[in-house]
Design a protein around this ligand. Structure first.
Ligand code: GLU
Length: 435
């Protein structure tokens, strides 16, 4: 029998990373085993399942490269099959009709639980049990004629030949009912694996207050999809060694459900940003440069007459420093405009410091006299001046960086001076100290 899994989201808004992580684990498990990974859109909630919400699911999957085998199945098209299954259960005595409130508004169909304790073996959580007394009969078709989640979910998993159900552990309690439904319908019970939920630093469910929580937020903020994929794969799973940055093929090769932890997994945004920066560092130079250029163009920072050489120099200087694309504007702004902004703290600390303007003026003199304005020459000149003045080189380095870039930190100072060029550097050094 083919190993087959599915991702079965209810499209009711944006796609939470917790849901997407379930898709990632399904995908990794299936690609590792060489099975089939299917998509089922559980869109039976007519009010909440909008076309936009469905599109958000499809976009998120595409952005993260979660390829599926075959067309998506829309649960809303399966209503007749769900009702037919309810009919079968009524016929076989596993279900009965009941006018629940006695309102005369119509009868619901209830599934009759077997009346015994239930147990199943979860591939992550181990053996799980529940007492018969805690497993009452439940509605499978409402009195308005609509099939309920439990019925639709199980009937469709049977129809799709799903062998492994991998989903969030908010469904553990449902699973006892689902197992009873499979048995009553005479279908083989799939294996179940319930994933730990994603929590914030306080151990509470991770939400948008903790940083980006929807896949679309990560995309809009310019994070790398491969970094998010890798980070989410490590949320509740590990390869058994200390690898962290793992390209997709490595994740596929290493993945197994028995390394999934059962306790909640904490989303650490700083760790994620570190991962994102690792992926940026690994981008091939051409893709990096193209992406860098696009970011500058979109933020309207790029002068029309910019030379490719200049752009290349700036992008290589910043190569190791940009942790996510939106930072580009702040980090690269001063390379492209004389109207760069000044960090107020840096101005106060470095430029308004006693003696700083005078030292800068002397340094400017020294720079104008240099035969060459490359990184080595400016560094030597600066250190020589510090020596003559009997000050630490940092007394010159810090104010110089702030007057030329507006920022307290950045890439190698002497290299950035070389890229910006003597003329502009001297002009910047002569500008009045910002208020
Ligand atoms: N639509 C359900 C959910 O998103 C499906 C659960 C399952 O995977 O069975 O929670």
């Amino acid at each position: 029998m083919t190993l087959r899994t599915r991702f079965a989201p209810s499209p009711t808004g944006q796609v939470h990373i917790g849901n997407l992580r379930a898709a990632i684990f399904n995908w990794l498990f299936t690609r590792h085993a060489g099975g089939e990974f299917l998509l089922r859109i559980e869109d039976t909630d007519r009010e909440r399942s909008t076309p936009e919400a469905v599109q958000a699911v499809l976009n998120a999957m595409q952005w993260l490269g979660l390829t599926t085998d075959g067309e998506a199945l829309y649960q809303s098209t399966r209503r007749e099959a769900h009702l037919a299954a309810a009919e079968t259960l009524l016929q076989s005595g596993h279900a009965y009709k009941l006018d629940k409130g006695g309102t005369g508004k119509g009868e619901a169909v209830l599934f009759k639980m077997p009346g015994t304790d239930m147990a199943f073996r979860d591939l992550i959580k181990g053996d799980l049990h529940k007492a018969a007394a805690d497993l009452p009969d439940f509605v499978i078709v409402r009195s308005d004629g609509n099939p309920v989640f439990h019925l639709a979910n199980v009937v469709d998993d049977i129809h799709m030949g799903i062998t492994h159900v991998i989903r969030g552990d908010d469904h553990v309690e449902n699973t006892y009912r689902h197992v009873a439904l499979y048995q009553a319908l005479g279908a083989p019970v799939p294996r179940f694996a319930h994933l730990p939920m994603i929590v914030n630093a306080q151990g509470k469910p991770y939400s948008k207050r903790d940083g980006a929580a929807y896949v679309g937020d990560f995309r809009d903020k310019g994070y790398e999809p491969d970094a998010l994929f890798n980070y989410l794969a490590l949320l509740g799973w590990n390869p058994g060694d200390d690898r962290e940055v793992m390209p997709r093929e490595e994740l596929v090769a290493a993945f197994s459900l028995d390394r999934v932890q059962s306790k909640a997994a904490q989303f650490d945004f700083r760790k994620f940003e570190w991962m994102n920066a690792e992926y940026l560092k690994r981008l091939p130079p051409d893709s990096y440069r193209a992406r860098f250029r696009r970011e500058l163009e979109e933020s309207k920072l790029l002068p029309a007459d910019i030379s490719e050489n200049y752009l290349d120099s700036v992008s290589s200087l910043l190569r190791e420093r940009i942790k996510s694309w939106p930072e580009t504007t702040l980090q690269a702004g001063y390379f492209f405009t004389e109207h760069y902004s000044f960090d107020p703290d840096a101005v106060r600390k470095r430029l308004k410091k006693e003696g700083a303007p005078e030292l800068l003026a002397a340094l400017r003199e020294a720079f104008s006299a240099l035969p060459n304005f490359d990184a080595a020459s400016t560094e030597t000149a600066l250190r020589a001046l510090a020596e003559t003045r009997g000050v630490n080189a940092s007394e010159l380095i810090h104010p110089l960086r702030v007057i030329v870039t507006g920022q307290p930190g950045g890439p190698s100072l002497f290299h950035l001076l070389e890229v910006i060029g003597r003329e502009r550097v001297l002009a910047r050094m002569a500008r009045p100290i910002p208020a």
